[in-house]
Design a protein around this ligand. Sequence first.
Ligand SMILES: Nc1nc2c(c(=O)[nH]1)N[C@@H](CN(C=O)c1ccc(C(=O)N[C@@H](CCC(=O)O)C(=O)O)cc1)CN2
Ligand SMILES: NCC(=O)N[C@@H]1O[C@H](COP(=O)([O-])[O-])[C@@H](O)[C@H]1O
Length: 217
Amino acid sequence: MSYPIVVLISGSGSNLQALIDQSLQGQLNIDICAVISNKAEAYGLERAKLAGIPTHTLSHKSFDSREAFDAELQALIDQYQPKLVVLAGFMRILTETFAKHYEGRMLNIHPSLLPKYKGLNTHQRAIDANEKEHGVSVHFVSPELDAGAVILQASTEITSEETADTLATKVHALEHIIYPLAVKWFSEERLTFHDGNAFLDKKPLPVNGVLYQETLT
Ligand SMILES: Nc1nc2c(c(=O)[nH]1)N[C@@H](CN(C=O)c1ccc(C(=O)N[C@@H](CCC(=O)O)C(=O)O)cc1)CN2
Ligand SMILES: NCC(=O)N[C@@H]1O[C@H](COP(=O)([O-])[O-])[C@@H](O)[C@H]1O
């Protein structure tokens, strides 16, 4: 029996594509029931359609408040009764009510080594701060932005010639490895969440999650 998930996007959907590909290759036993975007122009919607996955666009601009948008989004998601909600480049801050409704069963991928560089424009900020390394974090979604329990991180060196674009390319490659791995762990019920903390095989994860190395796969 495959594991039902719903994926939320706002843009290109390369992380969605990584999940689709690994599912099709039999590496992930998931059923992506629907892909929902808040942006009609998101290329990730085309990726979903090509994979035969139902798509929905729910524009936040059509709602008077964040709460009204989130309520509609929650009703749409719950029609599919997913066991996991995956934010894959979903660029809206979610309300406390929404985050609590899916607490422990909603993941996000964030392009920094949390808790560093929460928010937006993380690659340029890391370069401007003369960081020697940068990377990506997969975490449970909490009401506080980018503050949920970290599950997995992967890092890369920032070179002297680095630009935000070259760094984003390196980070994207890491994302496409660790996000499917985190989803796999959750779908196999190895990854769990209790009282704000993440556990793998019933053991508490380190505060910054597991640092990805090749040996993990
Ligand atoms: N309650 C939470 N909501 C969201 C979380 C979270 O951890 N808790 N993660 C984010 C994803 N994210 C970073 O990983 C993020 C997404 C969006 C923004 C943001 O500032 N959004 C603006 C609009 C920006 C735009 O449209 O380009 C906004 O919502 O006003 C910051 C961080 C998903 N939600
Ligand atoms: N704050 C959230 C955030 O910035 N998420 C980032 O959006 C990109 C989505 O790429 P994709 O649409 O190709 O998967 C990814 O790099 C992800 O880390």
